[in-house]
Design a protein around this ligand. Structure first.
Ligand code: SF4
Length: 355
């Protein structure tokens, strides 16, 4: 109790809850407090914007409406539903967790923070979000948005990437959780960081319910806070990528190397930039008989720690070699998940494949 009196953040609770009650956006995953819905949306929201997540979320739920359906789904179906979101291990982990829920919890999502946190792919943030939104636990969900809001409110100029700073902010928030509407409080903080105290550009302090309490606003320091650690430069990798086309089909294969996109389908490729002569040799070694080659694009794709620079060849083949999976356009659209790094090469080329 004494902690709450000393904690200056206590004053944010009521204005934030009032603001959220009046202005919360209608989002498909907020229609109820079903843990599966909150969980899936939170994982998807770690990857892209709310507007893009809506379509992914609705499609996923239409096809896999229950944890049981998710646990039993074919991996190919999961990957297709996730296609374009990236970080495919996340959807694999979602399924692993669904299987644990089926086997260890009789298909019922556990309500305890520690049990939620122990599920595959669920870290502090997601466990905090699910436990508070779905089970009314006083468990903060502290991500970049919340760190920014709290460090601005308190004019805390320390680096938010330091584990100690994150731990302290989490603790300060835990102390001020209200007795009711705990899930709303978690969501209000997230919402404020997403649409008012925004990550890029000037925060919208004039419409912020906390403007009278905010030290960064009073001292005009919002543009220096939060302090973030300098990101390490990405490693550059050069690749030669092949769009092998035979009749109406396109060659795909499963990526076997560990690391980025491991286990996903890909356009055949090899390390380094190959000349045309080297490229024909490589195609031959893969059992592909080349009839025509065209250098079609240079593309760049950025992952978190790596940057791919791709030299892409469009190759017409006489016969399908055995080394690849040959997919029609229809199969590519309906069945196979191809990561964005390769999809954009096809878009660029506007490859037309008869169905
Ligand atoms: Fe962010 Fe401005 Fe609100 Fe402070 S007043 S929390 S800087 S939006």
């Amino acid at each position: 109790m004494e902690k709450n009196i000393k904690n200056p953040l206590k004053k944010i609770v009521q204005p934030l809850l009032l603001w959220y009650a009046e202005t919360a956006r209608e989002l498909p995953w907020r229609r109820d407090k079903e843990p599966y819905h909150v969980w899936l949306s939170e994982i998807m929201l770690q990857q892209t914007r709310v507007e893009a997540v809506k379509q992914y979320y609705l499609r996923f739920m239409a096809q896999l409406p229950t944890i049981k359906a998710l646990a039993e789904a074919e991996e190919a179906v999961l990957l297709k539903l996730w296609e374009g979101l990236g970080y495919y291990n996340r959807v694999r982990n979602i399924q692993k967790a669904a299987k644990v829920i089926m086997e260890q919890y009789g298909g019922v999502f556990p309500g305890d923070y520690e049990a939620i946190h122990s599920l595959p792919g669920i870290g502090d943030y997601t466990a905090g979000a699910i436990a508070s939104i779905c089970f009314e636990q006083p468990t903060p969900a502290v991500d970049g948005n919340v760190l920014r809001v709290i460090s601005r409110l308190t004019n805390d100029a320390r680096c938010v990437d330091l584990p100690l700073v994150k731990r302290e902010i989490t603790e300060k928030l835990r102390e001020i959780y209200p007795k009711t509407h705990r899930g709303d409080f978690t969501q209000a903080l997230m919402e404020l960081g997403a649409i008012v105290c925004v990550p890029n550009g000037e925060p919208k302090c004039s419409v912020c319910p906390l403007q009278k309490l905010c030290l960064a606003k009073q001292q005009d320091t919002w543009d220096q806070i939060p302090l973030k650690a300098k990101k390490k430069a990405r490693r550059l990798e050069e690749l030669t990528v092949f769009i092998f086309r035979c009749g109406g089909k396109l060659a795909l294969r499963k990526r076997t190397q560990p690391g980025v996109l491991s286990g996903m389908l890909e356009l055949p490729n090899t390390a380094g930039f190959l000349s045309e002569t080297e490229m024909v040799k490589t195609a031959k070694a893969w059992g592909v008989s080349v009839s025509d080659i065209e250098l079609c694009a240079h593309e760049k794709h950025v992952f978190t720690h790596i940057e791919w620079h791709m030299r892409c060849y469009f190759v017409t083949c006489r016969a399908e070699g055995d080394a690849f999976l040959w997919a029609s356009e229809n199969e590519l659209n309906q069945q196979y998940a191809l990561p964005s790094a390769f999809k954009k090469i096809l878009r660029e080329r506007q490859t037309e494949l008869p169905g």
